[in-house]
Design a binder for this molecule. Structure first.
Ligand SMILES: C[S@@+](CC[C@H](N)C(=O)[O-])C[C@H]1O[C@@H](n2cnc3c(N)ncnc32)[C@H](O)[C@@H]1O
Length: 285
């Protein structure tokens, strides 16, 4: 029977992924083999001639099959980097996206004193945990309607040794915080579901068939959760407190209109992503 080396496996898998229409074929092949062999990509490069045997070979084959069926790499490696931290992820949570780092960086840049933060829809906990790691004195409450997501977020808080500084709660928007001692927050932040169900066919297969529906969709227009957040937030913010939301690339005007038509808000700013597209709303009460 043929003995496969690292480079042979990478080259074979790259071709196979290319023929399956996967754009990042070589990178994906390397990431999956690194994961199976528990080596980083540099170590793979240094050991191109190393033979790969069972059970690593069969584990790698299983991952190749899943990836060719469009399971995202991060679910196969159970890992995603966010704010230079490594997060555990699986099918229970949305894979954190690089643009969401702008939300975290904006809060870290504007808030100079200890504060209370409420994150709604924490998913993997990427936002809450990054804030807690960067600002150990801040008090953070993070909620999600998905109990499974809260379990993943708690796991990530333990991984990054900040579990004591974040209270994780399960429930619909503000419902889980109503009974808490902390009634008013300096910040309410969220990367809510914002895709319209009518846009489902615009999503790439990797996302549409694998990431949790509850993390992606918010009614026909995608605005259902954003609308509720904008309406309910003022009751939970301290004077001059801020609401920051990630929004879709085509929702900026509608979301500004929602904020501006609510007299509880005194200011509304739009923040672009790194490509200059309006992707965040920052509203002050
Ligand atoms: C787009 S994901 C964001 C996850 C994570 N914060 C991130 O940025 O990677 C939206 C999250 O909101 C949660 N969610 C959806 N509807 C919700 C609701 N009504 N109340 C609380 N959380 C909700 C989903 O379960 C999901 O984890």
């Amino acid at each position: 029977m043929k003995t496969w080396t690292v480079i042979e496996l990478i080259e074979w898998t790259t071709k196979f992924f290319e023929s399956s229409g996967i754009l990042s074929a070589r990178l994906d092949a390397e990431l999956l083999l690194s994961h199976v062999l528990k080596k980083d990509r540099l170590q793979l490069y240094l050991g191109f001639d190393m033979p790969v045997f069972h059970p690593n070979l069969s584990a790698f084959r299983t991952l190749i099959k899943k990836r060719s069926n469009r399971v995202p790499i991060s679910y196969l490696t159970n890992s995603r980097e966010f704010m230079s931290l490594s997060f555990y992820v699986d099918e229970r949570v949305l894979i954190p996206r690089p643009e969401t780092e702008i939300l975290v960086e904006t809060v870290l840049g504007l808030q100079k004193t200890p504060c209370h933060i409420l994150e709604i829809g924490t998913g993997s906990g990427a936002i809450a945990v990054s804030l807690a790691v960067n600002q150990p004195t801040w008090k953070i409450i993070a909620t999600d309607i998905s109990k499974a997501a809260v379990d993943v977020a708690l796991h990530n808080a333990k991984l990054h040794q900040c579990k004591e500084r974040i209270t994780f709660l399960n429930g619909d928007l503000f419902e889980p915080v109503i009974e808490l001692d902390v009634l008013k927050y300096d910040w309410i932040i969220s990367n809510p579901p914002y895709i319209g169900t009518t846009d489902i066919n615009e999503l790439v297969t990797d996302v549409r068939d694998n990431e949790p529906e509850v993390a992606l969709f918010a009614g026909c227009s995608g605005l259902d959760i954003i609308q509720r957040l904008i309406a309910d937030t003022p009751e939970f913010l301290k004077p001059e407190g801020k609401l920051m939301l990630e929004i879709s690339h085509n929702q900026s005007q509608q979301v500004q209109d929602l904020v501006n038509s609510n007299p509880a808000y005194t200011a509304c700013n739009i923040i672009p992503d790194l490509s200059g597209i309006d992707r965040f709303i920052l509203a002050t009460v």
